[in-house]
Design a protein around this ligand. Structure first.
Ligand code: NDP
Length: 474
């Protein structure tokens, strides 16, 4: 992977409706997270433009035969799209790196590669889900037939723009739907390129539409549009509630919500501490903690706390921050000054509540954009702001426990239940913890997603409803 010049990347700045770039709406500036420089402007889709995109999608479903064609044809188009994404991995990766927090090396070999493989995974369901014959009375024959919704609406966040788009678009298109997707206004452009490549691969124009804009105008208009038959959202719990309300105000439709997390890393004294430290540090450093499943609460058995914290400090002390267009950069910037101030604010309130910084706690200066030091926070309780609130930054709180019951009780968060890590040499204990923890995903002696797209992801409690990925997403 080589460096690239940020000004050398070409991209479309409009909406993508019916296979065409559309420049309509008031415009706002978009800044690069790495250095804060404004590099393009973006039109905001109002309710009329959203309506135009939904109409285009509705028409495309009816006119193109996307849903009614042999499902293997649909699968073949999706596979061609995946191949094209792979061929254009560097181009797509550069666009992703330019506008988001994803360093170029990770964007190309991680994000884009996973987008292509994820779309292949979903393509394989096109002719696999027909429904079932019900166990009725012998003289009845009842069939349960699965059908596409029609037009699906999706709203994606800024932390992994291409990946999050593929998680929504892949299953929707494989099942024969069209989609209207709103990316975050902070990271808008790579999603349009993804949609352009879909059309280039032979997916009919109008099946994948992108409306650009902010949450309160465009996101709200999409959520409440009566022509959207199903809505899928990833983002904060607060916005998830707004999306669900807006959707309900114009009718009844299913809403999938992949929301925030405050995921525990539960380490027992018999764990392989080096492995645990590697997994926990890896989760904290990945996208600088700006991930819904970030393992942000260390809950460690008292006898090994000191040793584990020492190992974590060693792993977190040397990070390589830098612009996302440099191949050597591995540590991501914070998406925006607003987000960095949120982190400042939660740390400040936590300190006032008695929290003590064992490492980091401040920004990394000198880069133009906002970067945050990996931060370890001790002296916290269940009431501390940093333990209660999702931070979306590289901050790990540390709490000690004495026995299994206390560990599990501390791991349980009153609001969130997205993911959890358990580290122990005792398989029975690991499986017991898996059953006890109220989390959509529990990793034992590891902490990261793999290319096993068959595993669904989603949350308990305010972490969401419904699933992304897996058979369940289709
Ligand atoms: P939001 O949840 O507000 O943003 C997620 C998406 O929702 C974006 O596309 C956003 O658009 C859109 N949106 C915002 N308001 C509305 C609305 N009223 N109706 C419909 N769509 C809307 O996250 P923020 O960017 O404000 O980040 C704040 C916090 O949210 C983070 O600190 C983090 O804790 C959490 N978060 C969680 C994510 C996850 O993966 N679970 C992802 C992102 C954030 P736009 O950005 O254009 O305003």
């Amino acid at each position: 992977m080589s460096d690239f010049a940020p000004d050398s990347v070409a991209f479309a700045t409009g909406h993508y409706i019916g296979g065409e770039v559309v420049q309509a709406g008031e415009r706002i500036d978009v800044a690069r997270p790495s250095d804060g420089a404004a590099y393009a402007d973006l039109p905001i889709a109002d309710a009329d433009i959203v309506d135009r995109a939904v109409a285009s999608a509705t028409k495309a479903v009816a006119a193109s035969g996307w849903a009614s064609q042999p499902p293997r044809e649909r699968a073949r188009a999706l596979r061609r799209w995946a191949d094209l994404i792979e061929e254009r991995a560097v181009e797509l990766g550069r666009l992703e790196a330019l506008g988001s927090t994803r360093p170029i090396a990770q964007a190309v070999t991680g994000d884009v590669a996973s987008v292509a493989e994820g779309i292949r995974f979903f393509s394989e369901w096109a002719d696999k889900l027909g429904g079932e014959v019900a166990a009725t009375r012998h003289d009845n024959l009842g069939m349960i037939v699965s059908e596409p919704y029609g037009v699906v609406g999706a709203i994606t966040p800024w932390n992994f723009p291409l990946s999050m788009a593929s998680w929504k678009v892949g299953p929707a298109l494989a099942a024969g739907n069209a989609i209207v997707l709103k990316p975050s206004e902070l990271t808008p452009f790579s999603t349009v390129r993804l949609a352009e490549l879909a059309v280039e691969a032979g997916i009919p124009a109008g099946i994948f539409n992108v409306v650009q804009g902010n949450g309160v105008v465009t996101g709200d208009a999409l959520s409440r549009h009566p022509g959207i038959a199903k809505l899928s959202f990833t983002g904060s719990t607060r916005t998830g509630i707004a999306v669900m309300k807006a959707a309900a105000e114009t009718g009844i439709k299913p809403v999938t919500l992949e929301l925030g997390g405050k995921s525990p890393q539960l380490v027992f004294a018999d764990a392989d501490l080096d492995r645990a430290a590697a997994c926990i540090a890896g989760s904290l450093l990945a996208n600088a903690g700006q991930a819904c499943v970030a393992g942000s609460r260390l809950i460690v058995q008292r006898p090994v706390m000191e040793e584990l914290v020492a190992r974590l400090k060693a792993r977190l002390a040397t990070v390589a921050p830098g612009p996302t267009w440099k191949a050597a950069t591995s540590y991501a910037p914070i998406i925006s000054e607003t987000q960095a101030r949120r982190i400042d604010d939660i740390l400040e309130r936590s300190r006032l509540q008695g929290a003590e910084c064992l490492l980091g706690g401040t920004r990394i200066e000198g880069h133009g954009g906002a970067f945050y030091q990996p931060t370890l926070l001790a002296g916290v309780t269940a009431q501390t702001a940093a333990v209660r609130e999702e931070i979306f930054g590289p901050v790990l709180t540390i709490q000690a426990f004495d026995d299994e019951a206390e560990g599990l009780s501390l791991a349980d968060h009153p609001e969130y239940g997205l993911a959890a890590g358990v580290y122990t040499a005792d398989l029975g204990r690991g499986l017991r913890a898996m059953r006890a923890l109220k989390a959509g995903t529990v990793w034992i002696n590891r902490y990261s997603r793999t290319l096993d797209f068959i595993l669904p992801t989603g949350g308990y409690k305010s972490s969401g409803i419904g699933k992304d990925l897996g058979r369940q997403a289709v």
